[in-house]
Design a protein around this ligand. Structure first.
Ligand code: GTP
Length: 413
């Protein structure tokens, strides 16, 4: 039996007297990861024309070329993929945008296409993990690492439609709530709105992604734009109004930079990691329970104390054996059912054949009787004909004889 030895907290710490080389481990790790490439999958949900495209373009300083959508479109998701490079690091981005969210008369399920998409990516990853020859090192991981949830700057409270969607999404993905079009709300209204939202999130137990920094800043309120102007020799993203301009990347104008730093500079790896360790793990456990595995710590056995407890397997072999047993039982039941159905059909057919035979026998007897009576009639007719013929022949003979005697009498005279 293998024994595991661990160092006590006061264990000896040895320092190599000459350079051994394992201090290059972090470099090796970085090289490996850089070769593998970095992926970041981000989703964005919010009502039509709330500013999703403008925000995403501003965040990655690119143009995802997303077309505006009408209010009558069926809810669905759209994707754009891009590789963005910075300092020799390539980031493969997948942007998934919800379309038609909150636009239907019945708005209850308009968040579902995005939720289904998130689940579908977990399922794909799980299926790859369960394969005999899995290729996780080269697998294109499309699991969603973060979901930007854009709420309207109403200044009042969270819309019930957003609350329902948030509750569902928080369970599956790192949700970052963002107040959109922050330039359309006054500073004091925004502060009050943020406070109201924080209270609503807490009251509804929403587990949003929120790094432990000044929580009063959250939810972040942002401005997005697809327009750039040159200010002081620098190209700057702005929204221009008759009374002045709003700079997207100006901390005094919105929390845009905070959001971008959080997403891309300080917490990108945290988001990727928690997607795997928290949300995917949660999905995996639920799916394995669906497949027949016992949730950890709930293993019971028929040989246990109460004897009649259900045997819920924990290992893949046990699950396989249990499924095989269940499958064989099912097949045996189906075979028995098929046999019974077959015998029933055979009996039915035999009954039908017996009935047809009886009918045919009856018809044959009837025909024989008809035939016999016809035969008797024909025989009687033949006999009558023979009698007539004999009488006619006798009459002819008599006439011939009479003629002959007349002729001989004439000659004698
Ligand atoms: P759909 O894809 O059609 O749902 O739209 P969207 O959510 O991607 O919104 P989009 O970015 O296309 O912006 C819609 C409108 O809102 C455009 O006229 C934008 O200029 C405007 N807009 C976007 N961001 C902001 C913002 O931060 N403030 C203000 N005031 N307007 C904005």
């Amino acid at each position: 039996m293998a024994t595991m030895r661990t160092l006590a907290p006061s264990g000896r710490r040895l320092t190599a007297t000459s350079r051994v080389g394992f201090d290059t481990l972090p470099d090796q790790y970085v090289n490996r990861e850089q070769q593998r490439g970095f992926r970041f999958n981000i989703a964005c949900i919010g009502e039509t024309a709330i500013g999703k495209s403008a925000l995403l373009d501003s965040l990655f300083d690119t143009d995802f070329e997303q077309k505006p959508h009408n209010h009558d479109e069926e809810p669905h998701v759209e994707h754009s993929c891009k590789v963005v490079s910075e300092g020799g690091v390539d980031l493969q981005l997948t942007i998934t945008c919800s379309v038609g969210y909150g636009d239907q008369i019945d708005r209850t399920d308009t968040y579902k296409p995005l939720l289904d998409y998130v689940d579908a990516q977990f399922e794909e990853y799980l299926q790859e993990e369960l394969k005999m020859n899995r290729q996780l090192h080269s697998y294109t991981d499309t699991r969603v690492h973060a979901c930007l949830f854009l709420v309207s700057p109403t200044g009042t409270c969270l819309k019930s439609m957003d609350l329902v969607a948030l509750k569902k999404l928080c369970d599956k993905v790192n949700v970052i709530v963002v107040i959109a079009k922050a330039d359309t709300i006054t500073k004091s209204e925004l502060e009050r709105f943020k406070q109201t939202l924080r209270e609503e999130f807490a009251a509804n137990g929403l587990q949003l992604f929120q790094p432990e920094v000044d929580t009063n800043q959250y939810p972040l309120a942002v401005v997005g734009s697809q327009e750039k102007v040159v200010i002081g020799g620098e190209s700057v993203r702005v929204r221009q109004y008759p009374w002045g301009i709003v700079e997207v990347e100006n901390d005094d104008h919105s929390d845009f930079l905070r959001l971008r730093n959080l997403l891309l500079r300080t917490h990108l790896e945290v988001l990727r990691l928690s997607t795997h360790t928290t949300f995917y793990e949660r999905y995996r456990q639920r799916r394995l329970v669906d497949l027949g595995f016992a949730p950890s710590g709930r293993h019971t056995s028929t040989s246990g104390a109460d004897g009649d407890a259900e045997d819920v397997p924990e290992s893949l072999t046990e699950v396989y054996e249990q499924k095989r047993r269940q499958y064989k039982e099912l097949m045996a039941r189906k075979e028995q059912q098929l046999k019974e159905q077959f015998m029933q059909k055979v009996n039915e057919k035999e009954g039908e054949i017996r009935k047809i035979e009886k009918e045919l026998r009856g018809k044959r007897d009837e025909l024989v009787n008809i035939h016999r009576s016809e035969e008797a009639k024909i025989k009687a007719a033949l006999q009558a004909l023979a009698r007539d013929r004999a009488a006619w022949q006798a009459e002819c003979e008599a006439r011939r004889k009479e003629e002959m005697s007349k002729d001989s009498k004439k000659k004698d005279k």
